[in-house]
Design a protein around this ligand. Structure first.
Ligand code: NDP
Length: 330
């Protein structure tokens, strides 16, 4: 089975030399196991952290071993109860063509409800991150004005639309290109700006108007967090989801320089991991499938074909080439 391995650890921005396409024999199927042919693999920013040899919330990738990550595939052989040939299953052995898995390390995807790829995006980990981050971590309530960074990405685009669907007074998004900004307005954001067009703080002040913002969903960190702290209202809440502006940094980043504003404004800043929000999965799935069915939430995908192109897809993700969820189709 062909797989993508980590050839060396990137310093700063990853390059093609950090990855290698290789082949591994498949282990023989044991009782309780299934053989899966992967259909889509998920390309995620957090993988950048696992490429460093640093202990974090998830273990570093081993050198010269296949990368792993979210994937959806089709069961092509089964020695497990509850999984039959033809089932679509979500699992964590992406970045390879075929995977042998314990059946209980997989979950069956309801592909009668949505296309397979959606179970890695809006109906999967990405969607749960957006839903739980906004509603449980930031404790969004109807009438709140919301700002989300990385807004044209997989998580961010869902955050903005969920907030609208649930009665936000105003939803503002930031993204890196004019095309993405235009897309956000199509998706129903009230305002959007390109963070490359000028200082984020000035653009956010203008987009928010006198009402300010009550919730900031942070995918980026750095100057976007600093701008949000300046504009948040008293009692505002921040869901700290990601800090992609610093994933390739080799030095600690200075912003936000105005963190002390959190005192006077009595702000709440809460970091979270989607793995700590699994208790909301069923509620999330019910709500999200209804929003998708009625069209109040839509999702974009950027699909790259071929396992051999997965490293480039990952590098492109960090450079902002994706709109919506970045996926590799095998
Ligand atoms: P996205 O689809 O948002 O893709 C990443 C995007 O980040 C790019 O498209 C790019 O868009 C933007 N970006 C890259 N560099 C910068 C920069 N320097 N400044 C501002 N924006 C930048 O990925 P996801 O939706 O999968 O993830 C979004 C965030 O959520 C990430 O920070 C990720 O780590 C985090 N996350 C956290 C989880 C958790 O459990 N806490 C779970 C899942 C994701 P642009 O063109 O706009 O720059």
């Amino acid at each position: 089975s062909r797989e993508i391995r980590l050839a060396s650890r990137p310093v700063g921005r990853p390059g093609p030399e950090n990855f290698r396409l290789a082949e591994s024999p498949l282990p023989e199927l044991q009782d309780g196991q299934i053989l899966v042919r992967n259909l889509y693999i998920s390309v995620d920013p957090y993988m950048r952290g696992r490429m460093n040899d640093v202990k974090s919330y998830s273990a570093p990738f081993a050198l010269d071993a296949a990368l792993d990550g979210g994937a959806i595939g089709e069961v092509i052989a089964s020695r497990a109860e509850g999984r039959k040939v033809g089932d679509a299953v979500v699992h964590q052995l992406g970045w390879r063509e075929f995977a042998v898995l314990e059946a209980d390390a997989t979950s069956v995807a309801r592909t009668d409800l949505a296309p397979a790829s959606a179970f890695l995006g809006a109906l999967g980990m990405t969607g749960l991150t957006a839903y739980a981050g906004l509603l449980k971590v930031a404790e969004f309530k109807p009438g709140d004005a919301v700002f989300v960074s990385g807004a044209a990405g997989a998580v961010g685009s869902l955050v903005g639309q969920i907030a609208k669907a649930m009665g936000a007074s105003r939803v503002i998004g930031s993204a890196g290109t004019a095309e993405k900004v235009a897309r956000l307005l199509e998706l129903g954001f009230d305002a959007a700006f390109n963070y490359n067009d000028g200082p984020v703080r000035e653009q956010l002040v203008q987009a928010a108007g006198p009402a300010g913002i009550d919730v900031y969903f942070d995918n980026v960190g750095g100057d976007q967090l600093e701008a949000a702290l300046a504009v948040l209202n008293v009692g505002g809440r921040v869901a700290m989801c990601g800090a992609i502006a610093q994933y390739n940094s080799t030095e600690p980043t200075p912003a936000p320089r105005n963190l002390a504003l959190a005192i006077g404004k009595q702000l709440t800043l809460r970091g979270f991991l989607v793995s700590g929000q699994r208790q909301h999965s069923a509620e999330f799935f019910g709500k999200m499938s209804a929003w998708l069915a009625e069209g109040s939430v839509r999702y974009d995908e950027t699909v790259v074909d071929g396992l051999e192109n997965a490293p480039q897809a990952f590098m492109d993700l960090l450079d902002g080439a994706n709109t919506g969820k970045m996926l590799v189709r095998l």
